[in-house]
Design a protein around this ligand. Structure first.
Ligand code: URA
Ligand code: SF4
Length: 185
């Protein structure tokens, strides 16, 4: 992971290096059995160089706690390692340029379960494992079995924690999904 970290810190493979303060490699234990994949760093993540430390991060922390999971026993990564300006959506060419880093992280950690947070993460991971996507409203909290990378057994799509900041009712849905997720561990 250290060599990946070094590479990311000097990476100029897409334009986002120009506007980043810090890249966000990811955080957690390399022996994690559960790995979350978010979208991209936001304002505070870019400042601190750590994933999910802003508003969505606060929601994620609450969800982990409600499920009895600790940040230091999982790994948290993102599809993009640098912040898109004004938190705009990741662009296709940026995803193409960046995801070899996420791929490498998955190969190193080989988590039993990958939980996707939000649509960009869902799309990338489902394509990668050859799964067919449906609406998130139908897929959230369900398990999808995979076998193409030894050690990685399940993908579980989740809503992005940021949904709670504009629709507080979604919190309950996420709490239930996180509880179901925690049952695997
Ligand atoms: N949203 C994300 O998708 N990732 C982060 O690291 C922070 C907010
Ligand atoms: Fe490199 Fe990814 Fe940052 Fe683009 S987003 S500069 S590909 S690390």
């Amino acid at each position: 992971m250290e060599s990946i970290e070094k590479e990311i810190k000097k990476c100029k493979r897409c334009e986002l290096w120009k506007t980043r303060t810090n890249p966000v490699v990811g955080e957690g234990t390399l022996s994690a059995r559960l790995l979350f994949v978010g979208e991209a760093p936001g304002y505070y993540e870019d400042l601190e160089g750590r994933p999910f430390v802003g508003k969505a991060g606060k929601v994620l922390d609450e969800l982990l706690e409600s499920a009895g999971l600790q940040r230091n026993e999982v790994y948290i990564a993102n599809v993009l390692k640098c912040r898109p300006p004004d938190n705009r959506n990741p662009a296709t060419d940026e995803i193409r340029a960046c995801t070899s880093y996420l791929d490498a992280q998955l190969e190193i950690i080989k988590p039993e379960v990958i939980a996707t947070l939000g649509n960009f993460s869902l799309s990338y991971i489902f394509d990668k494992f050859g799964l067919k996507k449906d609406k998130i409203s139908k897929m959230h909290g369900k398990e999808f079995n995979v076998s193409t990378i030894p050690g990685i057994k399940k993908i579980i799509p989740l809503y992005h924690p940021a949904v709670v900041t504009y629709n507080p009712k979604m919190k309950e849905v996420l709490v239930e999904d996180f509880k179901a997720l925690a049952k695997y561990f």
